[in-house]
Design a protein around this ligand. Structure first.
Ligand SMILES: Cc1cc2nc3c(=O)[nH]c(=O)nc-3n(C[C@H](O)[C@H](O)[C@H](O)COP(=O)(O)OP(=O)(O)OC[C@H]3O[C@@H](n4cnc5c(N)ncnc54)[C@H](O)[C@@H]3O)c2cc1C
Length: 467
């Protein structure tokens, strides 16, 4: 049963694909093909293009939800906010819902994503059953484990350099109206990691099932695991879209073995990190009680903060203020360190201890994951059957002796520990190392087959050379 299986929906989608193809044909043959999209969660500065981009304006919705098969057909540029709004009324959600409302399904599949269900469900691309992709050659092909399998497998972590997904069929899973939370405090990183590992293995804690699991390190002696359990039991719920702030709510004094409990509606749980962009809203003053009171609720979300960051980057506002204050010569005073990395769970305490002693950023986000797929994905070759922990840190540090100093230290440490780094932000790898880390041979084979004339950028050019 398709809901709503109206012809109007699929006709609208077909019209959106037609507009996309017309815009592809309008791009001069020698020009690079790019997206013309209003939102982005990329965090590397990119060159501005003067040629028109692909018109994706008709590819932003949910085409249909099938509550019986528990699948959804979704346009490539549909935001998770719209996708979740369409599935929750059926008591269903995508298997992994990235925390920021503006992240799109196509963006999370090609650029990877992670969330608190990833220890059960892997990464967002692992629940894609099939997808229609506009290739660099200008054709729309359907890729699945059996059709164009080399494109299907190379697509995750290709960042739109093999093609753009225009429709994806994804699996959904049942949810309950509420999530019961338990926040556990640890004053030792090895203990936190041991508890996390146990939950990943057993999917439970102290006799209770655990459906969602992430955590926060404020310091090596104050860190938390946040356990979520789906529940239909009615009762009071918290609201962190108002004056209270979610990440502050998980903190509590040491010496409470049972931790601190809380409850949220499923929608508020899925978007718990969006209201304050994890904790990053504090740089705009949005967490100061007086400013928060005046900051309209509808402007407390990652979309607004992201726009503020874009303005800051375009006009260099932060550095200008700092230079005026310090009356120093114009040189970059801060280095942006906005990264998500994955290390094997048994090396996580080591990484976090090193990080806390080397990089002056706190808090950091922790999220365990285990791939769902038994074969793994060539462009992001973390090992199936092994647990990893994603560590996210999004801030800046004093500039070092060379550009990218701290980012390079992090890259080296992650490689030393057998980990991997997401590519949505800046990267500094030499080409050979990049090739080794991100599936060079599989990428080149797919690139030759699906973008033979290099109409799309190359992954290294996009991720490292910021083209
Ligand atoms: C501060 C920060 C925190 C983050 N934290 C998380 C997190 O906790 N969890 C998480 O899941 N992710 C996180 N991300 C990463 C985010 O999921 C990825 O950057 C993702 O690719 C963004 O998707 P988007 O839809 O915004 O795509 P965009 O930013 O618009 O594009 C990302 C890339 O994908 C390409 N692309 C976009 N749409 C398509 C498509 N339909 N087909 C093919 N290629 C396409 C674009 O060309 C571009 O190269 C974070 C990012 C930032 C900046």
């Amino acid at each position: 049963m398709w809901v709503p299986a109206t012809d109007a929906r699929s006709t609208t989608h077909d019209a959106g694909v037609e507009r996309l193809l017309a815009s592809y044909r309008a791009i001069p043959a020698g020009a690079t093909v790019r997206l013309a999209k209003k939102t982005s969660n990329l965090f590397r500065a990119r060159r501005r293009s003067t040629t028109p981009g692909l018109d994706v304006s008709g590819l932003c919705g949910v085409i249909a939800v099938d509550p019986v098969a528990r699948t959804a057909d979704v346009a490539g540029m549909c935001s998770y906010q719209d996708l979740v709004a369409a599935t929750l009324p059926h008591g269903l959600s995508p298997l992994v819902v990235p925390q920021l409302k503006t992240i799109t399904l196509g963006g999370a599949v090609t650029g990877l994503g992670i969330e608190a269900a990833s220890f059960r469900n892997g990464l967002p691309h692992e629940s894609v059953l099939e997808m229609d992709v506009l290739t660099g050659a200008g054709e729309v092909v359907t890729a699945s484990p059996t059709e164009h399998p080399e494109l299907f497998r190379a697509f995750p972590n290709s960042y739109g350099t093999l093609g753009y997904s225009v429709r994806l069929r994804i699996e959904l899973e049942p949810v309950e109206p509420f999530v019961a939370l338990r926040h556990l405090r640890f004053d030792s990183l090895p203990e936190l990691v041991a508890a996390m590992d146990g939950i990943v293995e057993t999917r439970g804690y102290a006799g209770q099932p655990v459906d969602y699991l992430d955590g926060v390190m404020f310091s090596p002696t104050e860190c938390y695991l946040c356990l979520g359990t789906r529940t239909a039991a009615p009762g009071p719920v918290s609201d962190y879209t108002g004056r209270d702030i979610y990440y502050r709510s998980i903190q509590h004094p040491a010496g409470r073995p049972a931790g601190k409990t809380d409850r949220l509606t499923i929608a508020d749980y899925l978007w718990r990190w969006d209201t304050d962009w994890f904790w990053c809203s504090r740089v705009f003053g949005a967490q100061h009680p007086r400013i928060r009171r005046c900051w309209p609720r509808r402007y407390r979300n990652s979309r607004v903060y992201r726009k503020l960051v874009d303005v800051d980057q375009r006009y260099d506002i932060g550095d200008r203020i700092e230079r005026r204050r310090l009356t120093r010569p114009p040189a970059p005073l801060r280095e942006r360190v906005v990264q998500d990395i994955e290390v094997p769970i048994d090396r996580t305490a080591e990484f976090l201890t090193w990080f806390a002693g080397t990089v002056p950023i706190e808090p950091v986000w922790l999220c365990p994951l285990r791939l769902r797929d038994a074969d793994g994905w060539p462009l992001y070759p973390i090992r199936p059957g092994r647990s990893y922990v994603n560590v996210g840190f999004w801030s800046s540090v004093p500039a070092g002796p060379a550009p990218g100093h701290t980012n390079r230290l992090i890259e080296a440490k992650v490689a030393e520990l057998g980990g991997h780094k997401s590519l949505y932000s800046e990267a500094f790898y030499p080409r050979e190392e990049f090739d080794e880390l991100y599936g060079g041979p599989a990428y080149r084979a797919a690139k030759a087959a699906y973008d033979p004339d290099s109409r799309l950028l190359d992954l290294y050019a996009k991720a490292v050379q910021r083209q």
